[in-house]
Design a protein around this ligand. Structure first.
Ligand SMILES: *[C@@H]1O[C@H](CO)[C@@H](O)[C@H](O)[C@H]1NC(C)=O
Ligand SMILES: *[C@@H]1O[C@H](CO)[C@@H](O)[C@H](O)[C@H]1NC(C)=O
Ligand SMILES: *[C@@H]1O[C@H](CO)[C@@H](O)[C@H](O)[C@H]1NC(C)=O
Ligand SMILES: *[C@@H]1O[C@H](CO)[C@@H](O)[C@H](O)[C@H]1NC(C)=O
Ligand SMILES: *[C@@H]1O[C@H](CO)[C@@H](O)[C@H](O)[C@H]1NC(C)=O
Ligand SMILES: *[C@@H]1O[C@H](CO)[C@@H](O)[C@H](O)[C@H]1NC(C)=O
Ligand SMILES: *[C@@H]1O[C@H](CO)[C@@H](O)[C@H](O)[C@H]1NC(C)=O
Length: 471
């Protein structure tokens, strides 16, 4: 038994180390919160059975309320499983802040490797997302801090633990080793699950997981530094045009007729520019283009061409609707927001961010990741990270203040090399250096079984690219 477990871990590591590409599920945003839209780029040949598990509301207290339950969704595919008798492994995706179907459909990698390992595949949905909503429905669950208070990473990890224990019991598969997988926030959960529940998970593959983007461990400038570098590397003039645009937009706001001019140049729907939000709408496009700068066309928040950063810079350097800054920037926005060519005018309040209330709550409580500072040479206006401003708006929104140091207290992060070297093992960290989140990831191997795989060209990348490489 022990030797078969070792060989699974070993071949797992070998297999993965052969393919030095970052894999991940969809991006997640702290600067600009995002949604997993229902329009999916998924492959329809990915199949699973949908199951529900009666989950306890609160794992950590014994108040009467703690004992309430909700239905937690998980997906299962046993086609390739070698079975309990063989102690064949169980590969578990630790769900992120969204609908679990989306992650299953976009983590073809697990389906690809399942036959090689005779693995059972499980995808567990994160509480408060998708179909796994406590308190009966979303309306109630999301109404205020009293009901949202049960939405946290620690509760989610405990959900995964209790569900897995029960599932293994039902399958008589106590001997089967579990390996956890995840990308982005799901990647953080996978790594943390391995560290916190070593009796349940033998190893983890954490992709694009910024587990040290907390406290003051990494610079709050690093996230936007990567975005700046990505655009600047495409074209210096593109970078300069974007960098210069903020001042021009600001000036336009303050001169008579300027708002009309912005509305016309950017082809924004009537009456929307004056309400504000133009700059953040542009910034969202720049951030997400950088984060999803894949070598193939994709469809996460928006349908996008291959290499959207390059395409946006081409549009800026060689515009079609006019030669001034606004026309150039419009043409770049047209790549990001109108690749399908269906927008008659741009709607500033319709940038794909739907259903993100849960993630707002999470960043306003524990997932406090300082990323929003900009150096003088940033593609965005220079700024410093202002925690107190964020804390104020969170308190205003939810009536409770964030706990910015809780994640590092609970999971660590400071001095991570020394700490993990002493007690951690069997985690693979994937990162692509073109991913703005990579700066908060583990980029250096820590020990022979704590391995960092870094791809110089990698984005906040999706497993389908690893899968296609594997095939
Ligand atoms: C499991 O996934 C494989 C590969 O995508 C598929 O062929 C098979 O039908 C699926 N099995 C179930 C039970 O959905
Ligand atoms: C919070 O929401 C719940 C469910 O909608 C409601 O019963 C409760 O009164 C609310 N509490 C506060 C303090 O608003
Ligand atoms: C295990 O089986 C019991 C009894 O059928 C069921 O209620 C429970 O949901 C199952 N656990 C999982 C994780 O599916
Ligand atoms: C910069 O862009 C060039 C050409 O587009 C590409 O070959 C190179 O790898 C890029 N460098 C970085 C650091 O992204
Ligand atoms: C931009 O300027 C160039 C050179 O002055 C000119 O040839 C081109 O037609 C202009 N493009 C547009 C869209 O106005
Ligand atoms: C969107 O693309 C279509 C087709 O290229 C174009 O006609 C339309 O003007 C674009 N919309 C905006 C708002 O630029
Ligand atoms: C813009 O989007 C919002 C939210 O989706 C919608 O309510 C509104 O009607 C849209 N406005 C226009 C002009 O399309």
């Amino acid at each position: 038994m022990a030797s078969s477990v070792r060989s699974i871990i070993f071949s797992f590591f070998i297999l993965l180390s052969l393919f030095p590409f970052s894999i991940a599920a969809q991006s997640f945003g702290s600067p600009f919160l995002h949604a997993y839209s229902s329009k999916s780029s998924s492959s329809s040949d990915i199949l699973y059975e949908v199951k529900y598990f009666t989950q306890i509301l609160d794992h950590f207290n014994f108040h009467p309320k703690s004992y309430e339950t909700f239905q937690q969704r998980y997906l299962i595919n046993n086609t390739h499983w070698g079975g309990a008798k063989e102690a064949a492994p169980i590969f578990v995706y630790t769900g992120n802040e969204g609908n679990i179907n989306w992650f299953a459909q976009n983590t073809g990698f697990m389906f690809d490797i399942a036959p090689r390992f005779n693995a059972l595949l499980i995808f567990i949905e994160h509480r408060y997302y998708g179909d796994s909503i406590p308190f009966g429905d979303k309306e109630v669950a999301y109404s205020n801090a009293t009901t949202l208070g049960y939405l946290s990473s620690t509760q989610a990890l405990a959900d995964y633990a209790t569900l897995l224990i029960d599932l293994k019991k039902n399958l008589s598969a106590e001997q089967s080793p579990v390996l956890v997988f995840g990308g982005s926030y799901g990647g953080m959960l996978a790594a943390w699950f391995r560290l916190k529940y070593p009796h349940l998970a033998l190893g983890a593959l954490a992709s694009s997981a910024p587990i040290i983007q907390f406290d003051d461990i990494v610079s709050p400038y690093s996230f936007n530094d990567v975005i700046t570098r990505n655009f600047r590397n495409e074209s210096e003039s593109c970078y300069r045009t974007i960098k210069g645009s903020w001042k021009e937009i600001d000036e336009a706001f303050n001169r008579p007729g300027g708002i009309d001019e912005l509305e016309k140049s950017f082809q924004i729907c009537k009456g929307q520019v004056q309400n504000g939000g133009l700059e953040s709408w542009i910034q969202t496009a720049l951030v997400y283009a950088a984060m999803t700068d894949y070598p193939t066309a994709s469809n996460f928040l928006q349908p996008l061409p291959a290499y959207p950063v390059r395409q946006m810079c081409k549009a800026i350097d060689d515009p079609t609707t006019g030669n001034n800054t606004f026309a150039r920037l419009h043409d770049a926005m047209n790549i990001y927001y109108n690749y399908s060519g269906t927008q008659a005018c741009f709607n500033l309040s319709d940038s794909g961010f739907i259903g993100m209330e849960g993630w707002y709550w999470q960043v306003c409580t524990e997932m406090v990741m300082p990323t929003q500072a900009n150096r003088e040479d940033s593609i965005f206006p220079a700024s410093t990270y202002d925690y107190s401003k964020e804390a104020l708006s969170c308190e205003y929104e939810y009536g409770v203040p964030p706990r910015p140091h809780w994640i590092t207290a609970e999971f660590g992060g400071h001095d991570i090399k020394r700490v993990l070297k002493r007690f951690g093992s069997n985690i693979i960290f994937f990162n692509g250096l073109r991913d703005p989140w990579s700066a908060g990831g583990v980029l250096e191997s820590i020990s022979p079984s704590l391995v960092a795989i870094v791809s110089a060209q990698g984005q906040h990348q999706h497993s389908k690219f690893l899968s296609s490489t594997l095939n």
